[in-house]
Structures are given as C-alpha cells and as structure tokens.
Design a binder for this molecule. Structure first.
Ligand code: ATP
Ligand code: MG
Length: 234
C-alpha cells in the first residue's frame, strides 16, 4: 500500500535520507530501528510531508503522494503520532481528541469516531474533562495515539511511542499497537526499543546514517550489525 522509491530527503540543504526505499503491504506492522540521529523521524516526516523530499517518489494506494500537503495526506488515510508525547497540555482530553478530528469536519463522523476511540481507550472517556497535563506519561501517549486514530487512518505512523515510559506502560502501548493492527490499520513504528519493536513487526528496517542498512524479520536481532548498534557488539 506504501512504496517509498529511492528518496533523498532532509531540511533545506541538509540532506538526511540518502536513497531510501521501502515497501509496506496492507495490514503489516513495519518497524524502523537505528541509532539516534539515523534519520528515523525524518523518514516518517518525509511520508507526512513535514520535511523536503528532494528526489524519489512516495506512492500510497497507487497514487503519487510525494508533494501532497499534510492535510491532504490525512484525507488520503495517513495519520502521524510525532515523537515526544505531543498533546495539548492545557486542553482537556476531549478537546485534544477533537483537535485530531477537526480536519474531518462533519459532526456526525466526529461523534462516531469519538465513540470508537472511547470504546478503544475506556480511560479516555473517564478522563474526558481532565486537562491533558494531569495524565501520566503513558496515558498522554495513548491520548496522542487516540488523536491520530480518530482520523480513522489506513496507515498509522508512530514515532517512538514507548520513549521514556515504564516497562508496564510500554507493554500497554505495544499491546495497543497490536490491537490497532488487528483492526486492519497498517502501521509503521519507529522505536529505540529494538527487541520489542522487532517482536511485534512483520518486517524491520534498520536505518543508519540516513540509509537502510538491513531489512528482515525477527532474525534481524541476531545480526551482528544490529547487535553492534544496540548491545555494544555483545
Ligand atoms: N527540523 C530540522 N531541521 C534541521 N535538521 C534536522 C531537523 N530535524 C532533524 N534534523 C537533523 O536530521 C538528522 C536526523 O534526525 P532524526 O530526528 O530523523 O533522527 P532519529 O533517527 O529520529 O533520531 P532519534 O532516535 O534521536 O529520535 C539529525 O542530524 C538532525 O539534527
Ligand atoms: Mg526520532
């Protein structure tokens, strides 16, 4: 459903991604791992048109979306949860979700999708009138995911959803990612937590210095290069 063809992308003259290609099939969970600064977030941003793609193509459902503005990408069925639990702290839980739904416009659809999110994350319903800053880190991350899911995406881009969370909160996030996938949403997840990401992914891409160094299934954790990045060569 998503094909990234030889893209070079970055910020102004600062080219970060160099000849990156990726192929994502409908319903897959794809993990992207790699060291800090490798360009993982930039890769997600290039799909969502939040950085410059200088050459190459991005095809989504047989359509060239390379130059489409971000709000059109949301209409096409792509949603993005940025790195770092970005919720609006001074808005309530419900207002945060409505911000995600804003782009849909039609009240009926918004109400229906809001119900769907509350069914999926019951605690968000319980806390709907609380300010987002009163939620725990893990709950804020789930709210950020809810805000993207309310757009009813076909493809969900998740940037380091488990960053800075306790093992228990992390497990909850990964369980939710699996549940979202079972609903038929295709997922690309960027993660520092390589083991957890690889274990839920159908395939993993390892990004190093703006290039895809390696791609494969769960066996990838045994690869020397991956061990070097994450486990100091152990
Ligand atoms: N808005 C920006 N403007 C200019 N350069 C940027 C911008 N965002 C990121 N970069 C640069 O792009 C490179 C890759 O950054 P990116 O955020 O994609 O890495 P990452 O793999 O997601 O790292 P991390 O694991 O730390 O999140 C870095 O050298 C960074 O300084
Ligand atoms: Mg990043």
């Amino acid at each position: 459903m998503l094909e990234i063809k030889n893209i070079f992308a970055g910020y102004g003259g600062n080219e970060i991604l160099k000849d990156v290609s990726m192929d994502v099939k409908n319903g897959e969970i794809i993990a992207i791992i790699g060291p800090n600064g490798a360009g993982k977030s930039t890769l997600l941003k290039s799909i969502f048109n939040l950085c410059q793609v200088n050459s190459g193509k991005i095809i989504f459902d047989d359509k060239d979306i390379t130059k489409l503005p971000t709000h059109d990408l949301i209409y096409e069925g792509i949603s993005f949860v940025p790195q770092g639990r970005q919720v609006f702290s001074d808005l309530t839980v419900k207002e945060n979700l409505e911000m995600g739904a804003f782009i849909i416009g039609e009240k009926e659809v918004v109400d229906r999708n809001l119900k769907m999110i509350y069914g999926f994350f019951p605690f968000l319903k319980e806390r709907e009138n609380d300010y987002a800053y009163t939620l725990s880190g893990g709950q804020q991350q789930l709210l950020a995911m809810g805000r993207a899911l309310i757009q009813d995406p076909k493809l969900l881009l998740l940037d380091e959803p488990s960053l800075g969370l306790s093992p228990k909160a992390m497990k909850e996030i990964f369980d939710k990612v699996i549940e979202i996938s079972k609903k038929g949403v295709t997922i690309i997840i960027v993660e520092q937590n390589a083991k957890a990401a690889v274990s839920i992914a159908d395939r993993t891409y390892v990004l190093e210095g703006g290039k895809i160094g390696l791609t494969g299934g769960k066996e990838i954790l045994k690869d020397k290069r991956v061990k070097n990045i994450y486990f100091g060569g152990e």
